[in-house]
Design a protein around this ligand. Structure first.
Ligand SMILES: C[S@@+](CC[C@H](N)C(=O)[O-])C[C@H]1O[C@@H](n2cnc3c(N)ncnc32)[C@H](O)[C@@H]1O
Length: 217
């Protein structure tokens, strides 16, 4: 498998570091200097053990901001700069694979994340996002019950493949998600119980369905 470019949204970045074995370029993103410093140290500390084949860039990407992020010239002498250069942005836009874990817990953040995802994933080539989550339950005064509201909000962004196939021609673009069967994925970390609230989603962005009369050229 060769992945040319790859983006990990939110750290600490172990998956991204491992993927540097097969990807030409890896972007590890989060926001705030403290977290980004921590990730950059992890990348340095593990470089001998993990022997990266591709290059890893730690970059600031705040979902509350916009895509593309503002860029710097790349001549900065400050080693702690996590800003993007325009060639970084071009590479990230070519990425085929995105991953994120445990980022579904606040509706505002979910809205901001999907806003960035829509911009990134509507660019070619076709991108796929693997998003791992654990449902978070809270007592809701509105429902007078323990509910996973954040999870429901996340699900409201997704259609199943069958729903999408049944949509009329000319319908709006949408995210199509599939919840993967975790029992098919071997578990190597022993002291951890996945539980029933852990899910792994495969998510793609489907552009508007063409009208029947639209030309294909
Ligand atoms: C619950 S932690 C998950 C961290 C890591 N992915 C994991 O599984 O351990 C949520 C992550 O989302 C990041 N985050 C929160 N708000 C963000 C924003 N506006 N833009 C980008 N990342 C954000 C946090 O800094 C944090 O790294």
């Amino acid at each position: 498998m060769l992945i040319t470019e790859f983006i990990s949204l939110s750290l600490p970045g172990l998956v991204g570091m491992l993927l540097a074995h097969v990807a030409k370029t890896v972007f590890l993103t989060d926001r705030g200097d403290e977290i980004l410093d921590n990730c950059a140290s992890n990348v340095d500390l593990n470089s001998e053990v993990l022997n990266y084949q591709g290059s890893i860039h730690v970059r600031e990407l705040d979902w509350m901001g916009s895509w593309p992020p503002s860029t710097s010239s790349g001549n900065s002498t400050c080693h702690k700069s996590y800003s993007w250069t325009s060639s970084n942005v071009e590479e990230a836009e070519r990425a085929a694979l995105l991953v994120a874990a445990d980022v579904i817990y606040s509706d505002d953040l979910t809205d901001a994340l999907f806003c960035v995802l829509e911009k990134l994933m509507s660019l070619s080539p076709k991108k796929v996002l693997y998003l791992a989550l654990e449902k978070r339950y809270n007592f809701s005064l509105d429902d007078l019950d323990v509910v996973a509201n954040g999870y429901s909000h996340f699900r409201s962004y997704l259609r199943g493949q069958e729903d999408y196939d049944n949509l009329k021609h000319g319908s709006s673009p949408c995210f199509v998600g599939k919840c993967l069967d975790l029992s098919l994925i071997p578990q190597y970390v022993r002291e951890y119980e996945r539980g029933n609230d852990v899910e792994l989603w495969q998510i793609m962005y489907n552009a508007r369905k063409p009208n029947l009369g639209d030309s294909c050229d």
